[in-house]
Design a protein around this ligand. Structure first.
Ligand SMILES: O=C(O)c1cc(=O)[nH]c(=O)n1[C@@H]1O[C@H](COP(=O)(O)O)[C@@H](O)[C@H]1O
Length: 276
């Protein structure tokens, strides 16, 4: 099965397009995992146990694992998620010259998909695109306040840069494994990009802690592909799910703390499903 077939099967099985972002900021980890050998892995394992029934995928962001223990924690986390039958999308936003990109693409040996930065152009993405069974999500219109600084710039043709990226994604999609990252904080751009590429699934971050538009995320983020049984796309929330326990009635109680993450994932699933 290729990535989007796997993802469609998962979305269908759990009736969810929720991507749970595994961004275990060490400064926010609860005491329950403080004494573990790898606290981030101990934390993620409990989060996965609490949320997997509602997760279409897990999206660990590499920034939270960029040290020796971090990479061990990430590998354990990815293997555990796979064991639960949940695809893993490594949010690494890679993009470099071809020789280097080939090395970066080796991460795809142990995850199902990756995010890439398309700014260096086609040859920088080719080693990822060539992995036909792996998902490759290219940044198109990001959710951060500065996303407009470069991505909205008008080209000589009159189209903004993010629209050109969307059009290029179609060209890069010979293996049917390309997705686009479009933030929920830019609902109008989401709609525009969907018009340009009707069949490309989006990863839509920015709902939850960044206050993005969940309705627009679902309405425009999911793509109908004739070969897939359900509309496919992902709406990601990280902090609002994994740290929901901080706001629970008893954060010091482990079951209550992690139960809150499960509840948050379930709530987001239901909210998104109202618009699917
Ligand atoms: O590629 C991403 O996932 C991404 C793109 C983008 O435009 N905005 C964005 O927030 N993200 C990532 O999505 C996650 C959002 O986290 P929360 O704001 O806690 O839900 C982080 O891992 C971000 O790095």
């Amino acid at each position: 099965m290729d990535f989007f077939e796997t993802l469609a099967a998962r979305i269908d099985a759990v009736d969810s397009v929720v991507s749970v972002g595994l961004d275990p900021d060490p400064s926010r980890l609860p005491d329950h995992v403080a004494d573990a050998d790898l606290p981030r892995w101990a934390f993620n394992r409990r989060i996965i146990d609490a949320t997997h029934e509602h997760a279409a995928c897990y999206k660990p962001n590499a920034a939270f694992y960029e040290d020796p223990d971090g990479w061990r924690a990430l590998r354990e986390t990815a293997a555990y998620a796979e064991g639960k039958g949940v695809p893993v999308l490594l949010d690494a936003k890679r993009g470099d010259i071809g020789n280097t990109a080939r090395r970066y693409a080796e991460a795809l040996d142990w995850v199902d998909g990756i995010t890439v930065n398309p700014y260096l152009g086609r040859d920088s993405l080719q080693p990822f695109l060539d992995r036909a069974d792996k998902g490759v999500f290219a940044l198109c219109r990001t959710s951060n306040p500065g996303g407009a600084d470069l991505q909205d710039l008008e080209l000589a043709s009159g189209e903004p840069l993010y629209e050109r990226v969307a059009a290029l994604a179609d060209v890069w999609n010979a293996n049917g494994n390309v997705g686009l990252v479009v933030g929920a904080t830019a609902p109008e751009e989401l709609e525009t990009v969907r018009e340009i590429v009707p069949e490309i699934p989006f990863l839509v971050p920015g709902v939850g802690a960044q206050g993005g538009d969940a309705e627009a995320a679902v309405e425009h983020g999911l793509a109908s592909r004739p070969d897939l049984p359900v509309d496919v796309g992902l709406v990601n929330s990280s902090r609002r799910i994994i740290f929901a326990g901080e706001e629970s009635s008893r954060p010091d109680d482990e079951a209550t703390y992690f139960g809150a993450a499960g509840d948050a994932a379930k709530r987001l699933k239901k909210r998104l499903n109202r618009h699917r």
